[in-house]
Design a protein. Structure first.
Length: 210
């Protein structure tokens, strides 16, 4: 099958994206890599009136360090994490985890924020960002077109399978992970029936010596 007809629009800034999120009754859906939403569109499980492309918004595609935290834009792809792109202090567990997500073709398109927003409990970033103590940066816009950001601890972000604390008028702008000093120890293991599939089970641990 193929998707029903929809309007396509690309946004250039986070502010523009937040304004789109502030109008959920318009029937819009956000897309960046499209690795989760694409199949749902083709099967007509999702029928948005408008598809809003986030992949060209500069604020969503950067990886920057702010003090003791590193901000990973929501539209940063798995492949960029796999390739070690980012400032000093990026947790070494991240490239390892990214390398095990599906296949390179998927990693070239799939995004960190898209995976978190989709909230599949079998997805790698849900477990990884939780064990890291990461924070999700969510944004919305008020009637005066002012940005309203908030940060959500990953431990509080998931409500269940495919359910999060994101409001209907919010979108994920970034995820913030703590800077590592190189003394941290970690372990990550997942069980899959075959390479490239979602995990049947995932276990992760991070030890940060005092």
């Amino acid at each position: 099958m193929k998707p029903v007809a929809f309007e396509y629009r690309a946004v250039a800034t986070l502010e523009e994206a937040a304004l789109s999120a502030a109008n959920p009754e318009a029937g819009g859906k956000f897309i960046s890599g499209g690795q989760s939403l694409g199949p749902m569109l083709n099967l007509r499980l999702a029928r948005p009136k408008q598809l809003i492309d986030l992949s060209k918004a500069a604020d969503l595609t950067t990886i920057v360090r702010n003090g003791d935290w590193i901000r990973i834009g929501a539209a940063v792809t798995h492949a960029r994490i796999e390739d070690g792109e980012g400032p000093d202090g990026l947790p070494s567990i991240l490239p390892y985890v990214a390398r095990g997500i599906a296949y390179r073709a998927v990693r070239n398109r799939g995004t960190v924020g898209g995976s978190l927003a989709h909230a599949d409990p079998a997805a790698d970033w849900i477990t990884t960002m939780t064990v890291l103590g990461a924070r999700v940066e969510a944004v919305s816009s008020d009637k005066r077109k002012r940005m309203k950001p908030r940060q959500i601890d990953m431990a509080d972000f998931m409500l269940g399978g495919f359910r999060t604390t994101l409001g209907a008028d919010e979108l994920i702008a970034a995820v913030h992970v703590p800077v590592w000093n190189g003394e941290e120890c970690w372990g990550y293991y997942k069980i899959c029936r075959k390479v490239g599939e979602f995990a049947d089970a995932i276990g992760a641990v991070v030890v940060d010596p005092p």
